[in-house]
Ligand binder design. Structure first.
Ligand code: B4P
Length: 197
């Protein structure tokens, strides 16, 4: 059983790779970005709260995303494993995920960190903004703010997972297939102990 955290700055390719990896390893793909966009589209109370925050490139409150993830774990007790995409994004979220997984008799097998330079991130997100219809891809200032929020609040998670012996760095530059292959090699070579729960 494996439970993976796919990590990286906005535009690193998390969503792209998560779609491929979740199929290849038969993991349940949990993207907090996708879940929040569904809440917004359905006009729920959570969606209303999240909409304005996402538009400005800020992070939605920890309690809210943790609750969304708790619900998903609750609904999938028989899952072979999970692929977390865009979660955790803060140290309190990582601590909450560890506690939640212990409750369900699981643990994080590894944090796979996609490394991509800032200029490339801006180019990818600006390009996606021309077709995605996403308000947070529409404006250069918002894209830059998302990257700054990542540096301030999310990057400290690298140390968190390094301390836990679960940090794996992957070069995120290249074709989608090349990066998938790098990720698969990394997953297939994870220490057995990391994969047991
Ligand atoms: P997300 O949906 O997670 O948005 P993201 O960080 O931009 O990542 P995404 O997965 O979309 O980008 P990807 O790298 O796949 O979050 C949106 C917002 O929701 C956040 O800003 C925040 O407000 C909120 N939120 C979500 N989770 C939260 C949490 N846990 N706590 C608080 N708030 C939260 O792809 C980017 C582009 O690059 C794509 O167009 C893709 O086609 C392209 N691409 C991918 N791989 C490529 C490659 N190898 N070469 C060239 N282009 C590539």
């Amino acid at each position: 059983m494996i439970n993976l955290v796919l990590f990286g700055p906005p535009g690193a390719g998390k969503g792209t790779q998560a779609a491929v990896l979740s199929k290849a390893y038969r993991l349940i793909h949990l993207s907090t970005g996708d879940i929040l966009r569904e809440e917004i589209a359905s006009g729920t109370a959570i969606g209303l709260q999240a909409k304005d925050i996402i538009c400005h490139g800020e992070l939605v409150p920890d309690e809210l995303v943790i609750e969304l993830i708790r619900e998903k774990l609750d609904k999938n007790p028989e899952a072979k494993g999970f692929l977390f995409d865009g979660f955790p994004r803060t140290v309190p979220q990582a601590e909450a995920l560890d506690k939640l997984l212990i409750h369900y008799g699981r643990n994080v097998s590894a944090m796979l960190s996609l490394e991509v330079a800032k200029e490339e991130l801006i180019a990818r997100l600006t390009n996606r903004g021309t077709t995605s219809g996403r308000s947070d891809d529409a404006d250069q200032k918002i894209i830059e703010n998302r990257i700054q929020v990542y540096i301030d609040k999310t990057e400290p998670l690298i140390k968190y997972y390094k301390n836990a012996g679960k940090y794996e760095s992957i070069n995120g530059i290249g074709s989608v297939e090349e990066i998938t292959n790098r990720l698969k090699i990394c997953i297939d070579n994870l220490p057995r102990n990391n994969k047991s729960r």
